[in-house]
Design a protein around this ligand. Structure first.
Ligand code: HEC
Length: 112
């Protein structure tokens, strides 16, 4: 009986992970190329940091909003509005925005 619960627990965790990692894209080569073209000073580490900050600072009070859920200009306003709650500084806002804009650009392209 004990083992049964262990398996159940493990499978639930797997389901949880697979559901939520597919929703928010991770950084791939195409994203890095795109971002470097657009901003020059961006690299894989910075994009990854933007993603990590977004996930860790923006999901404690509500579910994590998807990059595709808002327009770029809206995102700028939202981050300005959320910055005190999320305890993020200007540089961190910048990293989060670059991650969001990069992911958004690909989502728009894919939907065409
Ligand atoms: C301390 C809690 C808290 C944290 C942390 C937080 N939020 Fe929010 N967020 C809220 C609350 C409360 C609302 C709804 C009321 C409002 O809009 O002020 C909200 C609303 C929103 C909305 C909907 C607003 C709209 O205009 O539709 C978005 C999008 C959002 N947050 C994004 C973020 C992002 C991105 C981060 C990370 C940088 C973040 N939030 C971090 C509390 C938080």
């Amino acid at each position: 009986m004990k083992n049964y619960f262990k398996h159940y627990f493990f499978i639930s965790i797997l389901l949880f992970l697979s559901c939520c990692t597919t929703q928010l894209p991770s950084i791939e080569k195409q994203h890095i190329t795109f971002a470097q073209d657009k901003w020059k000073d961006v690299d894989e580490i910075k994009l990854q940091k933007g993603r990590t900050l977004f996930v860790s600072r923006c999901s404690s009070c509500h579910s994590l909003p998807l990059p595709s859920s808002q327009k770029e200009t809206e995102w700028e306003k939202i981050l300005d509005h959320m910055k005190h709650r999320a305890k993020i500084d200007k540089m961190e806002i910048d990293l989060i925005l670059k991650y969001i804009f990069t992911i958004k650009a690909f989502e728009v392209m894919e939907n065409k």
